[in-house]
Design a protein around this ligand. Sequence first.
Ligand SMILES: Cc1cc2nc3c(=O)[nH]c(=O)nc-3n(C[C@H](O)[C@H](O)[C@H](O)COP(=O)(O)O)c2cc1C
Length: 221
Amino acid sequence: MSDNKSFDRDSISNTLTIAIGLSLICSVLVASAAIVLKPKQLKNQEEYRQRIILEVAGLMEPEGDIAALFATIQPDAVEIANGESVEIYLEKSGDSIKQIILPISGPGLWSTMRGYLALAPDGNTVKGIRFYEHAETPGLGDQIDKADWRNLWVGKQLYGDDSTPRIEVVRGFALRDSTNANLQYQIDGLSGATLTGNGVTKLVQHWIGPEGFGPYLETYR
Ligand SMILES: Cc1cc2nc3c(=O)[nH]c(=O)nc-3n(C[C@H](O)[C@H](O)[C@H](O)COP(=O)(O)O)c2cc1C
């Protein structure tokens, strides 16, 4: 009887002690896991970014060693109009440049879309485009990163004869019209996702324009 009185398992203080103790143990475990896993997460993120750059440049090999392949691409820095230094990548063969890979980003319908644009050394012909981060709707806006749509960009021209950005995603039948003189600048729009497509047009035109890499690309043309 006296034992029961001195130790009541279900007392409020015991319940609170156990609850607080368990919470503390769990929070320490979760915090430790986050700290321990952070470097691995950062490494995976960086590896993913490198893979995207290799893919947009057509340099990714099945089962290839990403770090080794990425080492063949040379980073460079371009100062844009607002004074910011932006990292770009160059695929080189000896001294000659084979591809220019530029980071691009801007608003879609729901999200900021981030990706890379690969260009031929003429600073004008698209070799590839890839978005690696966005939150556009699956089945609608997320078509921006489907191979079928990305492939429509290959060979398109960024600039008109007057050096202004001309590349655009267009809706409708323009692309089926063989008399259309602007085919080299136009990419077929995304069905049901015109707003995301318009976002892509705007962000690409921004980054190849005077506030982005326009002056830098001019040196190649
Ligand atoms: C739930 C929901 C999600 C949508 N997601 C997208 C999207 O990710 N990108 C987009 O451009 N339009 C999206 N839309 C459609 C747009 O509101 C708009 O109707 C569409 O962009 C127009 O394109 P269309 O003229 O080719 O149909 C979404 C609509 C709904 C109801």
